[in-house]
Design a protein around this ligand. Structure first.
Ligand SMILES: Cc1cc2nc3c(=O)[nH]c(=O)nc-3n(C[C@H](O)[C@H](O)[C@H](O)COP(=O)(O)OP(=O)(O)OC[C@H]3O[C@@H](n4cnc5c(N)ncnc54)[C@H](O)[C@@H]3O)c2cc1C
Length: 449
């Protein structure tokens, strides 16, 4: 039988990446501000320790947002959890400022996130994967209790936890080219460094990278630099890489105010957001990486080596194993010439699908309201619109591109968004307390909060 905790949390966060880390801090700061009692919160993360896209922490890869868009500053510029506070604590603030650069390396930002998570670690359980969210058996939807089933490796039959609200923040889902399966020589970018480090570099004489986005360009540059003996092919569906527009007017799309403009806009304005501003984030590459790659290819030509090859307007149509090699079938160039490329490793930097909580929600899906296009309807405070009889809150951090716009899967707005979610949870809790004592079912024995 599953191990059940005799405690009902106000909120449980599923997944502990930057979004829910930011929420944990917002809740902590709300409590320490002394406005109300502490919201009882727990965060569950399936990784064994904190990690933010660890397999893409390539040397010299930089952040694509300003360090001021950290976990807290846009919500609370005086927070002690800011990137600046981290630099101060690390003794590097003057040196960082001397760099005169808004964009730290991802490695340094990861250090910041680790530093911040250590300060709220009493609210986090690592190595805990949530496998389902459901109503408590026998309870009515009006009883605001949800039951989470968890696999944590410690309890063979699993563990269950109860909560009044969940915040699902399980992140993006890696996407492979159609019909392509991962194996020890066919990798998705999300597993890149781990796979690369487990492979003998001398065995990588020809490698190919599929994709035209930031990760594809960064991996191509990395492989070219790390494997001086290897040919590196970049398989690009477009006619070369396109630049990410991070100029000031375009950047307004990531401002907190843009969320209201998107959320309260018409279908036409929402459509215009995407049509005009996709090139701020999707299938685009930072100027500096594009120039680095072009320079390397040009230097190759000067030397007559041609080690770095760009296959433009090219699509992968099939992948199969031939002996130790991977044979990639391609349609290349304007005439869709059919070609095969044998390589020692194929890296698919082919992006991600949006966060999809349906699998976790199971039967609770029946209480969630969807729009005409079949997407969840979401309140402005990121709570899924549910049947009025369901009193528990199901909040999403991610998977809300259709309702809240481009920042849904990005870091740009997490400080403000998690503040809004924290406020909503606090207000709902206050409403419940004001409504009078909640009848405690005998089985939980009064061991509340
Ligand atoms: C290589 C890379 C670089 C990026 N750089 C930037 C950038 O510079 N700027 C920017 O704005 N955005 C960037 N992004 C976008 C990215 O989505 C955000 O950086 C960020 O990861 C969003 O945080 P999150 O917490 O919502 O999701 P994630 O960071 O993906 O965290 C989700 C967490 O949930 C856990 N999890 C999943 N399922 C379960 C479960 N069932 N139970 C328990 N835990 C679970 C996962 O293990 C993971 O730790 C980048 C993305 C990638 C892939």
């Amino acid at each position: 039988m599953s191990q059940r905790e005799h405690h009902i949390y106000d909120v449980v966060g599923i997944g502990f990446g930057p979004s829910n880390l930011s929420l944990a801090i917002a809740l902590r700061e709300h409590w320490t501000s002394g406005q109300d009692g502490e919201v009882s919160a727990l965060f569950l993360e399936r990784q064994s320790s904190f990690g933010w896209h660890r397999n893409m922490l390539l040397p010299s890869a930089t952040m694509q947002i300003s360090f001021l868009k950290d976990l807290v500053t846009f919500r609370n510029p005086t927070s002690s959890y800011s990137f600046v506070a981290f630099l101060h604590a690390s003794g590097r603030l003057p040196q960082f400022v001397n760099n005169q650069d808004f964009f730290p390396t991802r490695e340094e930002f990861h250090q910041y996130l680790e530093w911040a998570q250590a300060r709220v670690a009493d609210r986090v359980r690592y190595g805990a994967e949530v496998t389902s969210i459901r109503l408590v058996p026998g309870a009515t939807p009006e009883e605001d209790r949800l039951r989470l089933e968890i696999e944590d490796g410690e309890h063979p039959a699993g563990r269950v936890i109860e909560t009044r609200n969940v915040v699902v923040s399980t992140g993006l889902v890696p996407s492979m080219p159609e019909g392509t399966e991962r194996d020890e020589r066919v990798w998705h970018s999300s597993e890149f460094l781990d796979r690369y480090r487990r492979t003998d570099p001398s065995a990588l004489r020809r490698v190919a990278v599929v994709g035209a986005g930031q990760s594809a360009a960064e991996i191509t540059r990395f492989l070219y630099d790390e494997l001086p003996h290897a040919e590196v092919y970049s398989v690009i569906p477009s006619y070369g890489y396109s630049v990410a527009d991070d100029t000031p007017f375009a950047n307004q799309i990531f401002d907190p105010a843009a969320v209201d403009d998107y959320y309260f806009g018409t279908d036409e304005t929402r459509e215009a957001f995407w049509r005009y501003h996709r090139n701020t984030n999707y299938s685009v590459v930072d100027d500096e990486v594009i120039r680095d790659l072009y320079r390397r290819a040009y230097d190759d030509e000067v030397r007559g080596t041609k080690r770095l090859q760009f296959l433009n307007l090219t699509r992968v149509t099939g992948v199969k194993r031939v002996g130790a090699e991977t044979r990639v079938s391609l349609q290349v160039g304007p005439d869709a010439e059919v070609r095969e490329l044998d390589c020692d490793a194929l890296v698919c930097a082919t992006g991600y699908k949006g966060m999809e909580p349906t699998g976790l929600l199971g039967a609770l899906e029946g209480y969630c309201v969807r729009d005409a296009a079949g997407r969840y309807r979401i309140e402005r405070d990121y709570r899924v619109v549910t049947d009025p009889e369901l009193r528990c809150g199901i909040y999403l951090q991610g998977g809300t591109e259709h309702s809240h716009g481009l920042t849904s899967s990005l870091l740009s707005n997490i400080a403000v968004r998690s503040g809004e979610i924290a406020d909503s949870i606090v207000a709902r809790r206050a409403g419940r307390i004001a409504a009078g004592p909640v009848a405690v079912p005998a089985e939980v024995g009064g061991d509340l909060l």
